[in-house]
Design a protein around this ligand. Structure first.
Ligand code: 1HN
Length: 351
C-alpha cells in the first residue's frame, strides 16, 4: 500500500473523483457532514415582525381586486424572509392573513393539511367544519383538522380577517398532500352551531360511544372562544406568581388526548403583567405570535421589536426570546411543538 495521496494531490484527486461520481448521483458525505449534523439548531428562518395595519391595507386592496370565490382563499402569505419561495413562516409551518368580505363565500374543500384560525378582526362571519357552523369573534381560536370539509362565509356587514396557521410545509415534506373540492360552494348545515362544544367541550362526551357521537374521536372540539380562554388566563394571573420565562401561560388542548390541539400544531396564550420582563428562553419549536392585547418589546437574539396590538411576529428555532410588557400584554402563539414531541426532538433551554 502506498498510503493516502499527499495533500496537494489529494484535493485534485478528490475533485476528480467527485466529478466522476456526480453523474451517478453519488456524493461525499465528508464534505457536508458538519452542515447536516450541527451541534445545535441553525435555522435558516429569521425573526420578523409584521405590523398589522399595513398588512391589513394590502389585504383590503386585494379584496378590491379578487373575490374570495375566485381566489378560493384570499390570503396574504406571511413568508419568512429567511425562507424565500417556500411559503413557510418557519420551515415546518405556514401562516397567512385571510380576508372575507360581506356577502362572500370561500368555497368548501378538504385537505390533509390541518389548519387553525386565530381571528384578528370582524364579528360573526362563520367557518363551517364538517356540517357545523362556528360564528367567529375576535381572538377566538378555530380548528380545521385534517380532512374535514370546511368553507367560510360572511353574512355580516363588515370585513372579517383572521390568521391562518397550517402544517403545509410538513405535509409537503412527507409528500402526503391530498385535497378535494365539494361541488357546491357551501356545505349544508347539518349540525347546529355550538354542538361540538356542547357534546365534547365541557368535560363531557356522548355516553359510551353512543349514537350521540358527532365528531371524529380524535378531534372532537374545533372552537376555543376568546371569552373563555381570556377568563381562564386572567383568573390564573390573578392568583399565581408569573413564571420567570412565560409570565402566565395556558396551552389549548385536545380533550381526546389531553395533548396539543392537532397532531402537528400546538397553540397557547400567555399574559405578562405590566412592567414584567421574562428571562431569556429558547426552544426548538419556531413560534408565530399574535399580540392580542397591550404593548411591549420582544428581544430575539438581541434584535428588538416594539409590539403593538394585532402585530404578528415569528421567533425561529433555538432563537432566544425575552418579552417585556409595557402594559398588560397578552399573546397567542402556535408552533410545531406537537410534532416535535412525538418525534422525540423537542428541547428548550431556559436562561
Ligand atoms: C386553506 O384551506 C385555508 O381553508 C386557508 O381557509 C389557507 C392555505 C393553503 C392551503 C389551504 C382555509 C390555506 C388553505
Amino acid at each position: 500500500m502506498d498510503g493516502l495521496a499527499q495533500p496537494n494531490d489529494q484535493r485534485a484527486q478528490l475533485e476528480k473523483l467527485y466529478g466522476e461520481m456526480a453523474p451517478h448521483s453519488l456524493y461525499p458525505l465528508w464534505e457536508v457532514l458538519a452542515n447536516l449534523v450541527t451541534p445545535t439548531p441553525r435555522s435558516a428562518a429569521q425573526s420578523h415582525l409584521w405590523r398589522y395595519a399595513p398588512a391589513r391595507d394590502y389585504l383590503l386592496r386585494a379584496g378590491d381586486l379578487i373575490s374570495a370565490e375566485q381566489a378560493e382563499r384570499r390570503v396574504l402569505i406571511m413568508e419568512n424572509p429567511g425562507l424565500p419561495g417556500t411559503s413557510a413562516v418557519v420551515p415546518s409551518l405556514y401562516a397567512g392573513l385571510q380576508l372575507i368580505l360581506p356577502g362572500e363565500v370561500a368555497p368548501c374543500h378538504r385537505h390533509t393539511q390541518c389548519a387553525l384560525r386565530f381571528i384578528m378582526e370582524g364579528q360573526g362571519a362563520y367557518t363551517a367544519v364538517d356540517g357545523e357552523r362556528c360564528y367567529m369573534q375576535p381572538f377566538d381560536l378555530v380548528l380545521t383538522p385534517n380532512w374535514q370539509w370546511h368553507d367560510h362565509g360572511n353574512t355580516t356587514t363588515t370585513p372579517m380577517i383572521w390568521l391562518d396557521g397550517l402544517d403545509i410545509p410538513t405535509v409537503r415534506f412527507y409528500e402526503a398532500s391530498f385535497a378535494e373540492r365539494l361541488e357546491q360552494p357551501s356545505q349544508s348545515e347539518s349540525i347546529p352551531t355550538g354542538d361540538n362544544r356542547h357534546r365534547y367541550g365541557r368535560n363531557m362526551r356522548p355516553f359510551r360511544a353512543s349514537s350521540a357521537e358527532r365528531r371524529p374521536a380524535q378531534q372532537p372540539i374545533f372552537h376555543y372562544p376568546y371569552a373563555e380562554w381570556r377568563e381562564s388566563l386572567l383568573a390564573v394571573a390573578s392568583v399565581d406568581a408569573p413564571d420567570a420565562h412565560f409570565g402566565h401561560a395556558l396551552e389549548f388542548t385536545n380533550p381526546a388526548s389531553g395533548g396539543p390541539i392537532m397532531p402537528t400544531i400546538a397553540a397557547h396564550v400567555r399574559h405578562l403583567p405590566a412592567g414584567f420582563t421574562t428571562k431569556p428562553r429558547r426552544a426548538t419549536d419556531g413560534t408565530t405570535f399574535v399580540v392580542v392585547e397591550g404593548r411591549g418589546t420582544a428581544r430575539v437574539e438581541g434584535k428588538e421589536y416594539q409590539l403593538q396590538e394585532r402585530d404578528l411576529f415569528v421567533v425561529p428555532s433555538w432563537h432566544s426570546l425575552e418579552l417585556e410588557a409595557a402594559t398588560p400584554l397578552t399573546l397567542f402563539g402556535f408552533s410545531d411543538k406537537a410534532a416535535q414531541e412525538k418525534l422525540g426532538l423537542y428541547r428548550e433551554e431556559r436562561g
